[in-house]
Design a protein around this ligand. Structure first.
Ligand SMILES: C[S@@+](CC[C@H](N)C(=O)[O-])C[C@H]1O[C@@H](n2cnc3c(N)ncnc32)[C@H](O)[C@@H]1O
Length: 235
């Protein structure tokens, strides 16, 4: 099996560098920024993946492995793979309790090192807003899914309606401030704030998924409309 080189795009390289610097405090920052909800959302993502007995799940951009570990707990007889293009984040995942139940591997979401139709489910958390071409990355996911396989996406999204202004202001102030105080890294968390507010809506993600050929596309918003869980199926 050939392992593709990291994304050659400059955005990919920047993102890779950024995540190689954050694993030590990544989980703590996530808990703080989501008021402890991140773990529950990852559990929900694993539940929605509906992996059949003896099936296989791929968690892309697994980071410190929260979704992959939840999936391994939920589907103990499934083959769970967690992949990421940051060796630093993968090193964090490998040391967690239960990590032996997951196959951890370096992989770039732009060119997955798996054959067509390998997985019953593909999941990812906070991947799409970090890539240059979301459509290309989602097409790769469609390729590695088996017919009938499920895709479950956890992402941030811009708030809307009456909540848009206050929540936008809150994200702009609180996220970089927490980055400064907890991680001593205002720059990385300013990037996070900007990529959260500038990312697509669930409707836009849904449109891409349908264009690519996914069916049963649906989503829920979470956390004052700043997060979404999107599900879809390969026909
Ligand atoms: C914000 S973290 C999310 C980690 C985890 N999914 C979670 O929910 O906590 C984003 C992860 O995406 C990874 N990533 C970004 N672009 C990627 C790409 N093109 N291929 C593989 N991983 C990528 C980063 O290395 C990082 O670990």
């Amino acid at each position: 099996m050939t392992v593709p080189s990291p994304s050659s795009s400059s955005k990919g390289e920047e993102v890779q560098r950024l995540f190689d610097t954050v694993p030590g405090y990544y989980d703590r920052m996530n808990r703080l920024m989501t008021l402890g909800r991140h773990q529950a959302w990852c559990r929900d993502v694993a539940r929605r993946a509906q992996v059949p007995a003896g099936g296989a799940l791929l968690d892309i951009a697994t980071g410190t492995g929260v979704i992959a570990l939840e999936a391994a707990r939920r589907y103990p007889d499934a083959a769970v793979h967690g992949v990421d293009f940051s060796e630093g984040m993968l090193a964090g995942a490998r040391t967690k309790p239960g990590a032996d139940a997951v196959t951890w591997q370096f992989a770039d979401a732009n060119a997955l090192p798996f054959d067509d139709g390998t997985f019953d489910a593909v999941t990812h958390g906070y991947l799409l807003r970090n890539v240059e071409d979301a459509e290309r990355v989602l097409a790769e996911q469609l390729r590695v899914l088996r017919p009938g396989g499920r895709l479950v996406i956890l992402e941030t999204c811009p708030p809307r309606g009456l909540l848009r202004r206050p929540v936008t202001l809150g994200v702009k102030v609180v996220v970089p401030l927490l980055g400064q105080l907890v991680a001593r890294d205002r720059t990385s968390y300013t990037y996070l704030e900007e990529s959260t507010l500038g990312f697509m809506s669930p409707e836009q993600v849904g449109e891409i998924l349908r264009r690519l050929g996914f069916v049963s596309v649906a989503w829920d918003r979470r956390f004052l409309g700043t997060h979404m869980i999107v599900t879809a199926q390969k026909p």
